[in-house]
Design a protein around this ligand. Structure first.
Ligand code: PEP
Ligand code: MG
Length: 754
């Protein structure tokens, strides 16, 4: 290999441009590029791997390996040297690849004679989109300037492989393999997680064919047996399912009461007495109810109508003997596919075997999704036509994180999903081990780790993580899962449950943060042009003061005799904070006058989410007991970038000087004012971002339970003094993103950021 020099880099780039501008097809061009790089660098072999599916690399062009190897090798991010480069977006060079602990031998490649290895990532918007490698037979170290040359080429190549032509080529490849769009379908995610299993198509009711009864007595007896058996089975199923506590249990209880309703049974029995078969009598009873209630605007009653339909279908199943046939298909891993489903239907299956749920219709607040989530089952919904397309027994893979379903997945997808499942299991084991260990850095700095909770099942994390407390309770989530605006008593039930589960641990309640993307089913959308910067959050609750007052009352009662921490979201200036604070103080006074037991201490804080408030911290901090930075919204407003727009997700990075500087300012001012300060946005739960926050001075992080293990691992492998120095210097950089630098830093210092 020549000693690399600027001239050499220029020469390669010239050749690269020449190839890129030729009229050849993209695949030929890529092969020519790889060959040219290998020759120019006087190496023996080289390859270009590109991402075809999320976190999955495939060899697209090669030189010096076995013939026609393109598209025959694929590997996961993190798999082998190439996978490691993609995963960590950093170059890697080794004198003898065979001796590297990450080396993974791929006999089909034909690399037996090659020793030295250098690989660099192709990066776009901070994310790996491929890897380019060069290898030699001779065992040797690559110099820094050689790696620089390859990195420069990678920069230019990243543009080429992101072209429209390349995207078309990838689509063409996917089609050729039979992985048509129909077999990878997109829906919406209602519950996260990954699953693999055989489809079980959930059958809906059969239509009623026999209307008039020949023998009334026989029909009544049949109805009685079916009704009794249905209720007995429901009781048994509910009691044997580990449901814990929470709103999913309320949903199922309401359903069970419905099924046992004597008035409903009497109506059916009367219909039989009038001459109908038991089946027709059930349908008639439903139709009567539907006729009376379908015109209502009341969403609570509408939801009851859904429940009634489900219970009626269930009873019809028992009457026709259909229930006994359910889940006949034997497999230890099943994925249930339904057109729509009632919450109890899930329990017709052995829930310990359910690896996923796919619902053709469906909304985030649908009851079955809440129950599935509580049971840890991934759910993908809103996929038109899927119910008719899938047959029982077919192999399915579900990606509940991104909302994808794969029908008869190809080997690479299978491997990817299996990898994700294994990763989650490994993490769960690691989390269990980490639970006992303190959240302390290598140089002895204590990092307090809190939980973000919303759904009832999040509460389990209080025990499984051994957290320091609840840093953010998103109270809007039970509001969103409910059919009607919960009254004070209902809210008190939610909050009290949390306080009880938390025991002596600190709990921070956030006042209702609705609007924008968080819509309440019983509250019509106000149809604003820019809801994210519209009437939302504290702006709504200050304008609809009764809602805020009721919530404050429920908070005060839930924390009676204990410490209460209340935080107001989306505060834009001091007067808004004072206004909200006063509402709480008035309610506190009213509770005292009513003779109710009050909390022994009330702390009032605010979220830092709107940039304007950062410039008023000097006035606000003396009035606040604590603050918490909501980085999700703060970043949205700092970069003027809709947090929910997938086109913009990778455009701006919180790991960049402007954002890190504002975070540093908030932290320093709070520390100087002696005000408790935490971060509760997603940044706190992402290991590399949490590392940066610690480097800026934050010591209190609040995150979802699923992020706990990874962040704790990072904390325990970190040296705070070092990272503080590093970040201080890094803030001088004006790069779009500092993520690669921070990842390299973590990598070089043995900090665990997986
Ligand atoms: C945030 O904005 O960072 C935050 C924690 O609040 P939410 O994500 O609920 O808007
Ligand atoms: Mg927010």
């Amino acid at each position: 290999m020549k000693t690399p020099a600027i001239n050499q880099a220029m020469e390669i780039l010239r050749s690269l441009r020449k190839i890129s501008e030729s009229n050849k097809d993209i695949s030929t061009k890529l092969n020519e590029v790889v060959k040219m790089i290998v020759e120019q660098m006087e190496a023996d072999a080289g390859a270009c791997y590109l991402v075809v599916d999320d976190n999955y690399l495939e060899i697209f062009a090669a030189y010096g390996f076995k013939e026609n190897i393109a598209h025959k090798i694929s590997l996961r991010f993190g798999d082998g040297l190439v996978g490691d480069i993609a995963q960590n977006t950093r170059s890697l060079s080794v004198a003898n690849a065979w001796h590297h602990p990450l080396f993974s031998y791929k006999p089909e490649l034909g690399e037996d004679n090659y020793k030295s290895f250098v690989g660099v990532p192709l990066i776009r918007w901070g994310k790996s989109i491929g890897v380019i490698t060069v290898q030699t037979k001779e065992e040797r170290e690559f110099s820094r300037s050689e790696i620089d040359v390859l990195e420069t080429i990678a920069m230019v190549l990243s543009e080429t492989v992101s072209s429209e032509e390349m995207n078309e080529y990838k689509k063409h490849l996917i089609k050729l393999r039979g992985q048509t769009n129909k077999e990878k379908v997109k829906g919406i995610s209602l519950s996260k997680g990954y699953g693999l299993g055989n489809a079980v198509v959930h059958r809906r009711r059969q239509s009623v064919t026999k209307i008039f009864a020949e023998d009334k007595e026989k029909e009544i007896k049949k109805l009685d047996i079916a009704y009794t058996k249905m209720n007995h089975d429901l009781d048994e199923k509910f009691n044997s399912t580990k449901l814990g506590i929470g709103e999913h249990v309320d949903i199922l209880d309401a359903y069970r009461m419905f099924a046992k309703d004597k008035g409903w049974y009497k109506k059916i029995a009367d219909n039989v007495q009038s001459g109908l078969t038991a089946e027709a009598a059930v349908e008639r009873a439903y139709e009567d109810m539907w006729n009376r209630l379908s015109g209502t605007q009341d969403s609570y009653l509408k939801e009851r109508l859904h429940d009634l339909r489900d219970v009626a279908d269930r009873l019809l199943g028992y009457l026709s003997g259909d229930k006994e046939d359910k889940a006949k298909f034997e497999s230890k891993d099943i994925i249930v596919v339904a057109q729509t489903m009632g919450p109890a239907d899930l329990m017709d299956y052995d829930y310990t075997k359910i690896r996923g749920l796919i619902i053709e219709d469906g909304t985030p607040t649908m009851h079955v999704a809440i129950v599935a989530k509580a049971l840890g089952i991934p759910v993908v919904a809103k996929i038109k036509g899927i119910y008719g397309d899938i047959k029982t027994g077919e192999l399915l893979a579900i990606d509940g994180n991104e909302g994808y379903v794969y029908i008869r997945p190809i080997p690479s997808v299978l491997e990817k999903i299996k990898g994700k499942i294994a990763e989650r299991e490994k993490l769960a084991t690691k989390l269990a081990e980490l639970k006992k260990l303190p959240s302390r850095t290598k140089d002895g700095v204590r990092i307090n780790m809190y939980l973000n909770v919303g759904l009832a099942f999040d509460l389990d994390y209080i025990e499984t993580t051994n957290c320091d407390g609840i840093g953010l309770y998103r109270t809007e989530i039970p509001f969103m899962a409910s059919d009607v605006m919960p009254d004070v008593d209902r809210q008190l039930g939610y909050y009290k449950e949390l306080m009880d589960r938390a025991g002596d641990k600190k709990v921070v309640f956030r006042s209702l943060d609705v609007g924008s993307d968080k819509l309440l089913p019983y509250w019509s959308n106000s149809g604003e042009d820019n809801p994210a910067i519209g009437w939302r959050s504290i702006r709504i609750t200050l304008d609809r003061r009764a809602i805020l007052r009721k919530q404050m009352r429920a908070f005060l009662r839930a924390a009676a005799g204990k410490e209460l921490n209340v935080m107001f979201p989306m505060i834009s200036n001091l007067s808004e904070f004072e206004d909200a604070k006063e509402t709480l103080m008035i309610e506190l006074e009213k509770e005292r006058r009513r003779g109710h037991k009050t909390p022994k201490k009330v702390n009032i804080g605010l979220m830092i989410e709107v940039p304007s408030v950062v410039f008023q911290l000097d006035a606000i901090l003396p009035k606040a007991d604590f603050i918490s930075v909501g980085t999700n919204d703060l970043a949205q407003f700092m970069f003027a970038c809709d947090r929910g727009n997938p086109r913009l997700t990778e455009r701006y990075d919180v790991l960049s000087a402007p954002f890190l500087k504002i975070m540093e300012q908030v932290c320093t001012q709070a520390l100087n004012a002696g005000v408790f300060c935490s971060v509760c946005g997603e940044m706190a739960g992402n290991p590399i971002e949490a590392m940066a926050l610690i480097g800026l001075g934050f010591r209190n992080l609040s995150m979802s339970g699923s992020s706990f293990g990874r962040v704790k691992s990072m904390v325990r492998s970190l040296n705070v003094e070092d990272v503080e120095d590093y970040i201080k210097n890094l803030l001088k950089s004006n790069r779009r993103t500092l993520r690669p630098q921070l990842i390299s830093y973590a990598y070089d210092h043995g900090i665990e950021i997986y």
